[in-house]
Write a protein that binds this ligand. Structure first.
Ligand code: ADP
Length: 439
């Protein structure tokens, strides 16, 4: 980032027109969308409260992704307490810009960084801005920063559900999803559930929950001691029907690496914490790249033909209308009695016949089933805009989770041709039998 004559340090002042903000400015929006179209995956990192290690986890995930050859940037939207520059060892650097564009700082790990901390003149300078100004500066970060081609943009949000994550959700079309970081102590509080509720309200898909500071692995003998308990994150995730992505143990070396900006060497060190980061990143890649990205885009750009995610209130309307998406678990071409272990989900929608009165069941999607994970399917299918599931059998707890996700469940269907089953459902002649498998 050497300075040339036409480059100058960028000041921490948001757009003059930033105040008032959520107003529509087509040319600017076009520029924002153009810039974002070069970024394949956008992930928002959230936590219910401060101090759970959200920024450390966001930085660690970014560095691990970069280690795998991904092109990664972190946008730190914690305007009042930016910590990403320190974590990525670029605290002393300042961004430079030319007219209309700002160049992020690139850390030695290859991760590009943009943060309010890279704009402030002094380390202890405070920023006091109200919501609209924050929206303006976040928009500027997204629109004016020369991100270039990226595989991942990780957005590190301040704790809670304030203006900053809300701005990102409004500004970025097609966010792949939110990662919610918690700790064994924090998991029992309502804060983390609030973050999940917040994402759902904004129809941000939830990529999953990460439990940080989850036990301590003794460096001498390798025994794991659950200092504050562990496993709470996984059971909470199951409870609310979102995926659980991993547990990162307490590691004093991680604190040192965070303070010294040396996460790169730390993550190459083969420690249990480094391995936990790697496992978590593998799951994130699987959930973002393994699944068609178009789904996230459809999810965030609803149109009349591409309905928004289901909710209890509108399920009934969707059943009657075009937005209906009925999922059938299928194995070997037939409805699978083992719902959680099927090969694929075949999604049907009603198609009007030429007579214009009856409807025909039409296959609109075939989705490879995700690896079995308790509690995952309601959220997974909800994200794929499914509003009805027809199954051979399903446990009562799972049925409850589907209902909470706004998905109607029909059990007791026979293990026959899925299209015939859905056709009889559309015709109103499907007879639900016994719940054949309470698995
Ligand atoms: P947040 O962004 O949630 O406020 P930080 O990432 O700033 O939290 O982390 C808070 C403190 O916890 C920092 O000192 C950080 O080094 C430490 N920390 C984070 N994760 C771990 C961990 N797995 N083991 C030990 N210390 C950790």
């Amino acid at each position: 980032m050497g300075g040339s004559d036409d480059r100058k340090e960028v000041k921490a002042t948001p757009d003059a027109g930033a105040e008032g903000t959520a107003k529509h400015q087509p040319a600017e929006d076009e520029e924002l969308n153009r810039r974002l179209s070069h970024i394949k995956h956008k992930i928002l990192v959230l936590s219910g409260k401060g101090g759970v290690g959200k920024s450390s986890v966001a930085a660690g995930l970014a560095v691990d992704l970069a280690k795998r050859g991904k092109r990664v940037a972190v946008l730190d939207i914690d305007i009042h307490g930016p910590s990403i520059p320190r974590l990525l060892g670029v605290e002393e650097e300042r961004v430079v810009g030319t007219e209309g564009s700002i160049h992020p700082v690139v850390s030695s790990t290859g991760v590009a960084v943009m943060s309010m901390g890279l704009l402030l003149q002094g380390r202890d300078e405070a920023v006091i801005w109200r919501g609209p100004l924050k929206y303006g500066v976040i928009k500027q970060f997204l629109r004016d920063v020369e991100w270039g081609e990226l595989d991942y943009l990780i957005v590190d949000s301040p704790p809670g559900t304030g203006d900053e994550p809300l701005s990102v959700a409004q500004l970025i079309k097609g966010v792949d999803g939110a990662l919610v970081v918690t700790t064994p102590q924090a998991v029992s509080t309502n804060d983390v559930r609030r973050s999940i509720g917040f994402s759902r309200q904004l129809e941000l898909p939830i990529l999953g929950v990460i439990e940080n500071m989850s036990g301590f692995v003794c460096p001498s003998c390798g025994t794991k001691v659950d200092v504050f308990g562990s496993g709470g994150g996984a059971s909470m995730a199951e409870d609310v029907g979102v995926p659980f992505l991993g547990s990162i143990p307490i590691d004093p070396e991680l604190v040192k690496a965070c303070d010294a900006g040396t996460l790169g060497p730390f993550l190459a060190g083969g420690t249990p914490a480094a391995a936990a980061f790697a496992e978590t990143v593998a799951k994130i890649i699987d959930r973002t790249e393994g699944k068609p990205n178009k789904e996230a885009k459809l999810h965030s750009e609803p149109t009349a033909d591409k309905p928004e995610a289901a909710s209890n209130a509108d399920t009934a309307d969707k059943r009657a209308g075009k937005g209906q998406r009925v999922a059938v678990p299928v194995t070997g071409g037939k409805l699978s009695a083992h719902f959680g272990h099927c090969e694929e989900f075949v999604i049907f929608s009603p198609k009007e016949t030429s007579e214009g009165t009856a409807v025909e069941a039409e296959v609109v999607d075939v989705l490879e089933a995700p690896p079995h994970q308790p509690g995952l399917l309601p959220a997974w299918l909800n994200e794929r805009r499914v509003n009805v599931v027809i199954a051979g059998g399903m446990g009562s707890r799972a049925q409850e989770l589907f209902s909470q996700a706004g998905i109607e469940v029909m059990v007791g269907a026979a293990s026959t041709d899925p299209k015939e089953i859905v056709q009889s459902y559309f015709d109103g002649t499907l007879v639900a039998g016994q719940n054949v498998c309470d698995h």
